[in-house]
Design a binder for this molecule. Structure first.
Ligand code: N01
Length: 884
């Protein structure tokens, strides 16, 4: 294979001598080595020099620029607007540089990197044309031993990997790839000299961002271009041109505020967050938002057309359909258009591209698309490519086949940490890190934009600056405290990994094979590598870690008391969407409910309910009333879409016996009904303080008896009756089970109790641990009990079912408790007591959830497994009834 690339890539490292005109990097034995001189390395170098550290950067290339040094293929550009894809650490630098386009091309971005290097005189500290091949931690010396491709050994205290997320090209895993005798190019190692395809027959393999950017330009030159596409990718038009004036005006109006907003945005670019759910939006609004996203010419806008497009397939499919229709409307040949329509992954789960004339290119007479899904490549031969029984001759092949992303460049260096463990070995089943900044067992080794940090899911410039600043601050902290070694703990790392998994689990990303998940490299372990919880959430976590005395990091050194200090712990234990919901709630700055009179609290609660997504439809709903002991009680019946009859569940709403109604838990009941296939009657009951204990319990019992007697009219199966409830409603459901047991039926097949209060004593540990900050507070719980019950009645088993003398012979139960609920321990105690009394109990303690979060359908997606298990439990009650 005649691989035509730059000198640098041909030989594995650049040919420029390992010194520079002003090179003084040899003069010192650096305290810090930064590996890489792309944007991350440049800023890290600058920052550490400013802070007074002796530092050397090392790069395999013969100049600065990193990814923009190597990826010189025609059409290479950034896909974040230049107003945002720029350093912000120095306002004077911002003033000194003007971008020419909304999306700058590679030569201009490279010039910018060179401009930055010159402005801060960085080159004198950079050793070019050199690779770090091996790194070994020397425990006794508390230093790294770095061996370079030039035979040097450096012994810095700190090693900072600024090696980039997309820097190690993936080998073209195609049979015969080495056989071709013509010109071979790789987009990620493009030659420095101009390549002219005029008059040539060219093949491009790969249709990711690199392919989609270079194909239109190669097509303009080549005699004939054949594109080999394995997976069709989504692309939206870049609408490139001059820098958008509106963005510039925003930036110039208040630069600092703009940059600050970027730091606390979802993806590192300030942009309003669209709250409209695609699955519920009316058709007119959907079309308007889709057009707006398409016209915006910004990837981040296309990611956020609907608030739920990254969460639900049906919402995502709206975007997919829209883009597919655009492709069909652009590409003249219907078969080619269809092949270009992505159908195997949700929009955004593979990196979509910003294109400039990509789809139009297929209308040129000299361009052909080969769909490798239909006709896979047989082999690459000396003269071309054999595909689908044809031998296609080529003069040149361009591989745009991507990268061994995120981890490739890190494990390419043979890094050995504590106790001889290598990074490659530690990460054999996937990368593990704390905050994407460090990995346990590898002291004083930092990664910039490493796996488990936002990196590729963000504007890289914002993420790079954040990591560099964080690392710089950490090193200063160590200097100030005479600490010489820092390392994350296993506990902190495992906690962060769990959090990253939790973030991934609520999106559609984990289901798609892509370079985000390692799926593009044969044999690479799968798992979503970048942190998808958002730049804002991530930054808050990093800041919190520092604010909590470097939570999860251990420091050793002469100035550290006792030689070692460690504030061990896990920074994020709440589910990510629960945390977002709590933040949204806090942002409303509502008065404390318990500070209001009951009528005011009810009104406020009703207003909040109006903001919820409604939940997907059930077969039918129907409102009615039933006779209660104190007058008619309203109910709402939810029926599945399947033909009646169905087993029947009588449900009692939450609201501390004070607020709520037969319709107040509507979205959750839609969800439960759809999932379980049972009919649910949600019954109102009298509220305190107007009707105090035991009115609600008496109403609940009456309603269950009435439902049992009217099962047939309700579409239920006579004899198949269960009870369920949330919070105060779960308390009522539990109490009903006692009463039907003791007072002559009806027979209850099961009880589903979601976060039940079971003991008016309120003295458990969970009240102390979770009594503030998680929605339901200890103060509010005291307010509820105060309105519901006289102190003398609190421990009556009809109010506190845990206090009953016997719990035997009660119906099978599922008790759901939540980790961050003040009621957690009494719920768990009730489940334990039921089990002890011989009742069949399934207990689920929802990790990372609060009292309210499992009920937040479509907002708290991490509650789905909880809701699914509740639905399973309901079905299970009735299967036991049938078989019993
Ligand atoms: O790489 P990719 P890329 N036979 O992995 C195909 C950033 N970037 O260099 O999807 C046939 O996306 C592969 O097919 P499949 C950006 O983050 C940014 O294009 O594996 N085909 C795919 O079509 C981007 O996401 C810009 O089935 C094979 C393509 O090659 C990331 O870099 C510009 C194959 C690889 O696509 C990577 O982009 C460029 C095989 N054996 C890149 N192996 C900006 O705009 C792979 N493929 C800033």
């Amino acid at each position: 294979m005649a691989l035509i690339t730059s000198q640098a890539s041909r030989s594995g490292h650049a040919t420029r001598p390992a010194t520079t005109a002003s090179g003084d990097y040899r003069a010192d034995a650096p305290d810090v080595v930064v590996v890489g001189a792309g944007f991350a390395g440049l800023y890290m170098l600058h920052r550490l020099r400013t802070l007074g550290f002796s530092v050397r950067a090392i790069d395999a290339a013969d100049d600065v620029g990193g990814t923009w040094y190597w990826n010189r293929y025609p059409g290479a550009r950034c896909d974040i607007t230049t107003a945002d894809y720029t350093f912000s650490f120095d306002p004077e630098l911002e003033k000194a540089w003007t971008w020419s386009e909304k999306y700058a091309a590679q030569p201009e971005i490279l010039r910018y990197a060179q401009f930055v290097a010159d402005r801060y005189d960085l080159r004198r500290s950079i050793q070019f044309g050199t690779r770090v091949d091996q790194a070994r931690w020397d425990e006794a010396a508390g230093r790294w031993h770095l061996n370079t491709s030039r035979g040097e050994t450096l012994t810095p205290r700190f090693c900072i990997m600024a090696t980039g997320c997309l820097s190690i090209p993936k080998e073209p895993d195609i049979p015969g790839a080495g056989n071709f005798k013509g010109e071979v190019y790789s987009t990620s190692r493009w030659p420095h000299e101009r390549i002219d395809f005029t008059g040539k027959r060219v093949a491009v393999v790969g249709t990711g961002s690199s392919g989609i950017q270079c194909i239109p330009l190669i097509a303009q030159q080549a005699a004939h271009l054949t594109v080999f596409q394995r997976t069709a990718n989504f692309a939206v038009p870049a609408r490139n041109g001059p820098v958008a004036q509106a963005r510039l005006q925003q930036l110039h109006a208040d630069r600092a505020a703009y940059r600050q907003a970027a730091k606390f945005s979802r993806a590192g670019v300030p942009m309003p967050i669209n709250m409209v759910y695609g699955r519920y939006a009316p058709p007119g609004q959907r079309t308007q938002l889709l057009n707006q996203g398409w016209e915006s010419g910004e990837l981040i806008a296309a990611y956020g057309i609907f608030a739920d497009q990254a969460l639900f397939e049906d919402a995502n499919e709206l975007v997919c359909d829209f883009v597919r229709d655009k492709i069909r409307a652009t590409v003249a040949d219907p078969a080619t258009a269809e092949a270009l329509c992505p159908k195997d992954h949700p929009f955004g789960t593979k990196r979509p591209c910003l294109d400039s004339g990509y789809y139009e290119t297929y209308n040129r007479p000299n361009v052909r698309l080969v769909d490798l899904k239909r006709t896979p490549i047989g082999a690459i031969t000396a003269t071309g490519i054999d595909v689908g029984g044809e031998s296609l001759p080529f003069d040149a092949i361009v591989f745009a086949t991507g990268f061994d992303a995120m981890t490739g460049a890190l494990v390419a260096v043979d890094i050995g940490g504590r106790d001889g463990q290598t990074l490659k070995h530690k990460w054999a089943h996937g990368p593990r890190s704390y905050l994407g900044l460090m990995t346990a067992g590898f002291p004083n080794l930092f990664t910039i934009t490493g796996p488990q940090s936002p990196s590729a899911f963000s504007n890289m410039m914002v993420s790079i600056e954040q990591h560099v600043d964080w690392i710089g601050d950490c090193l200063v902290h160590m200097q100030q405290h005479e600490a010489s070694v820092v390392e994350p703990t296993e506990t902190a790392e495992s906690g962060w990994m769990q959090h990253c998994d939790d973030c991934a689990a609520i999106t559609l990303h984990a289901r798609t094979s892509s370079w985000y998940t390692g799926g593009n490299v044969p044999g690479k372990p799968r798992g979503l590598m970048p942190y998808i919880g958002g730049v804002d959430a991530y930054r808050k976590a990093c800041d919190e870690v520092v604010g909590r005395d470097y939570l999860g990091f251990a420091f050793t050194g002469p100035g550290v008391v006792g030689g070692r200090s460690c504030n061990d712990g896990v920074v994020r234990r709440l589910q990510p969407d629960v945390m977002r919901a709590l933040e949204m709630f806090a942002a409303l700055s509502l008065p404390a409910f318990e500070s209001l009179p009951p009528a005011g609290a009810r009104e406020l609660m009703a207003q909040l309910r109006g903001r919820r997504p409604p939940g997907l439809p059930v077969g039918a709903t129907q409102d009615g009333t039933l006779p209660g002991p104190g007058g008619p009680l309203e109910f709402r019946l939810y029926r599945p879409a399947t033909p009646r009859p169905h087993p029947l569940v009588v449900y009692f709403h939450g609201g501390g016996w004070v607020w709520g109604g037969h319709d107040s838990d509507d979205p959750m009941l839609h969800d439960l009904c759809r999932r379980s296939g049972v009919a649910i009657v949600s019954v109102n009951y009298r509220h305190a303080p107007e009707a105090r204990f035991p009115c609600a319990a008496a109403d609940a019992l009456c309603a269950v008896r009435w439902a049992g007697e009217h099962a047939h009219e309700l579409g239920g199966i006579p004899g198949q009756l269960a009870v369920a409830g949330w919070s105060a409603g779960a308390n009522l459901a539990a109490v009903v089970c006692h009463r039907v047991r003791d007072e002559g039926g009806p027979r209850i097949a099961g009880q589903l109790l979601l976060t039940p209060p079971t003991d008016g004593n309120m003295t458990t540990r969970s009240y102390i641990e979770n009594g503030g900050g998680y929605g339901l507070t200890s103060a509010l719980m005291r307010w509820f009990w105060g309105h519901y019950c006289d102190p003398a009645d609190r421990l009556d088993p009809r109010a506190s079912p845990l206090r009953a003398t016997s719990l035997s012979n009660l119906p099978p139960a599922m008790v759901v408790t939540c980790e961050f609920d003040p009621l957690r321990d009494e719920g768990r105690a009730y489940a334990a007591a039921l089990a002890k009394a011989g009742v069949a109990v399934k207990e689920l303690c929802a990790r990372g959830h609060t009292h309210m979060s499992p009920t937040m359908v479509d907002i708290v997606i991490s509650g789905e497994p909880v809701r699914a298990q509740m639905a399973d439990a309901l079905r299970g009650f009735f299967s036991q009834t049938q078989t019993g």
